[in-house]
Write a protein that binds this ligand. Structure first.
Ligand SMILES: NC(=O)c1ccc[n+]([C@@H]2O[C@H](COP(=O)([O-])OP(=O)(O)OC[C@H]3O[C@@H](n4cnc5c(N)ncnc54)[C@H](OP(=O)(O)O)[C@@H]3O)[C@@H](O)[C@H]2O)c1
Length: 272
């Protein structure tokens, strides 16, 4: 049976789609805008908007399990359409839903859990791909800008979040589980810079932004006031999980989490 991948044009969902295809699993990718979606030609793509559940019936048809994002990309707010999404998924015969949290528990997770669907929630800490925010300024000026120079982060590779998602979508035994996901090591900002320098062969200088500059950058990216507060709050005063290494990736997938050095090598071209 087909697996529905939402967020398939995004960081984690893109890896979920790729890894399911590598295993020969039939997949369907959901996007709000099929014309703009950069997906392989042979992927089944369906139009739909999780913020407008009446658009989702075609997406769920014939689907056994679904990977669900929990936010609305139009402004980064939490999706509040869980009851309708669950109703449509159940009516279509969906068995299991694996959700990616938005850095804090949201209403979608609660609605799906209450619906009778089998479910898993993925609770990753900071994505390694957040460093792509530095790509333009590293390319043009050799500078990385961020607030909170003292941050320590157990950042996780998006492919590892996806690998856990794939296991939960394909295999039983993950119902009702909330998986906190981290990488293998706690990195400081200088650690991240050093590893990007090593991967790209470029000298990179760090410039600390004020909190207000960081807020303005997020607003310019289209984040809602709540999303800005949440992201800044996480970086200003991260929860202990944000800088704690856990072995969930290895426990669920059977292989250790990827390192930031590997992520930096894979993505070096974006920075040079
Ligand atoms: N970055 C971090 O450090 C971090 C840490 C923990 C959790 N998170 C959470 O991870 C999530 C982002 O995941 P990501 O980075 O994989 O995604 P992403 O690269 O930001 O891409 C967003 C994806 O979501 C889809 N999307 C957005 N709104 C949609 C809607 N209303 N209906 C259907 N699809 C929609 C987009 O599809 P189309 O544009 O093609 O429609 C796109 O594929 C956020 O909830 C964020 O809070 C991030």
């Amino acid at each position: 049976m087909t697996i529905l991948v939402t967020g398939a044009t995004g960081n984690v969902g893109g890896h979920v789609l790729r890894q399911l295809r590598e295993r020969g699993v039939p997949v369907r990718a959901l996007t709000r805008n099929p014309a703009a979606a950069k997906l392989p030609d042979d992927v089944e793509v369906v139009a739909g908007d999780l913020a407008a559940p009446e658009t989702l019936d075609a997406a769920f048809e014939g689907v056994s399990a679904a990977y669900l994002i929990t936010f609305d990309g139009s402004d980064g707010s939490a999706l509040t359409t869980g009851p309708e999404i669950a109703k449509r998924a159940l009516a279509a015969g969906v068995r299991h839903v694996t959700m990616l949290w938005s850095g804090q528990p949201g209403p979608l997770e609660a609605d799906i859990a209450a619906s009778g669907l089998s479910w898993t929630t993925l609770q990753p800490v900071e994505f390694m791909s957040n460093t792509l925010l530095w790509a333009d300024s590293i390319r043009t000026e050799g500078v990385a800008r961020d607030p909170f120079a003292g941050l320590r982060s157990a950042m996780v590779h998006e492919a590892d979040i996806a690998a856990v998602a794939v296991e939960t979508l394909l295999n039983p035994g993950h119902n009702g589980r909330e998986y906190v996901l981290s990488g293998l090591e706690v990195l400081t900002v200088p650690d991240k810079i050093a590893q990007l320098s090593a991967a790209t062969g470029r000298d990179i200088r760090f410039v600390e932004l004020t909190e207000e500059q960081a807020r303005a950058r997020l607003r310019d990216m289209g984040a809602s006031p709540e999303a800005v507060d949440h992201v800044i709050g996480w970086y200003a005063d991260p929860p202990v999980e944000g800088y704690t290494v856990v072995d969930t990736v290895e426990r669920v997938t059977g292989r250790p989490a990827r390192t930031f050095a590997q992520w930096a090598r894979e993505n070096a071209d974006a920075f040079r």
